[in-house]
Design a protein around this ligand. Structure first.
Ligand SMILES: [Zn+2]
Length: 257
């Protein structure tokens, strides 16, 4: 079911499965838009319902020590809500964890399990927590790794285990099995979603994060180049790459294109 990574330029088939309901879990505002925004846009256009969960509000995302972190958090939440509207998520949830100090601990896991059990996604898209160094491009932020492993641990086994966090079950958040994980910015991709039609939406979503960066022509070109590089694996013009983890085999859940 899972294609092997291409070796020596070999081309694999584009990944065509689509989750009817999916949740994107990220560390910071803007991660989802640099990450799987084009895939999310494509799936939503085809009828999926997507929801975004940001563990932090990016209150350390500035260069000025005099900046008020609460003000910055409010700005970044507003930017992320605008970007989420561009992609088409049904809602954005902020868990208000501390930026720069995110940790995969039980309180964060419980917050994520609550979100998962409420929304009941078929797939969760999150940071690949095993990536410490990007290929040729620096260090993967500790918050990204923490959000990724917290999301994985929330998905399996906690969200599906009725005996995990029994207080949640008593509050009406019944156990829910997430069937698949899609890990973005992967060290070893195994699935490529063709996104030629929605790269523009990804760039429009990124444009919303004006407190963080300016989307000029060079930035836009860099985003298109990344998508084109990932597209090579499937012989298409543009793609987003994932490491796919199938927890429950789910051929019956295949949706028509
Ligand atoms: Zn980030």
């Amino acid at each position: 079911m899972t294609p092997d990574p291409p070796a020596n330029g070999a081309v694999v088939t584009e990944h065509a499965w689509r989750a009817a309901r999916f949740m994107v879990i990220v560390a910071h505002p803007d991660d989802a838009d640099f990450g799987p925004a084009a895939t999310a846009s494509k799936w939503i256009d085809r009828g999926s319902v997507g929801r975004l969960v940001c563990c932090t509000s990016g209150d350390q995302g500035g260069e000025d020590a005099a900046l008020d972190p609460l003000e910055l958090a409010a700005t970044r939440e507003a930017e992320q809500r605008r970007a989420a509207a561009v992609v088409g998520y049904d809602d954005v949830r902020f868990l208000h964890q501390p930026d720069g100090a995110l940790a995969n601990e039980l309180p964060l896991r419980e917050l994520l399990v609550r979100e998962i059990r409420e929304f009941r996604p078929d797939a969760v898209l999150t940071h690949d927590p095993e990536v410490l160094f990007y290929r040729g491009a620096g260090v993967n932020h500790a918050d990204h790794r923490a959000a990724g492993i917290a999301a994985v641990d929330a998905v399996y086994p906690a969200a599906r285990n009725p005996m995990a966090f029994p207080n949640l079950a008593r509050a009406g958040f019944a156990a829910h099995p997430v069937r698949r994980l899609y890990l973005f910015w992967p060290g070893q991709p195994t699935a490529w979603v063709e996104v030629g039609a929605t790269v523009d939406r990804k760039i429009e979503a990124l444009r919303c994060h004006a407190s963080q960066f300016t989307v000029d022509a060079a930035f836009e070109q860099r985003m298109r180049d990344w998508a084109a590089e990932d597209g090579v694996a499937i012989g298409g013009p543009a793609a987003e790459a994932f490491r796919l983890i199938v927890i429950d085999d789910d051929d019956q859940a295949q949706l028509p294109e």
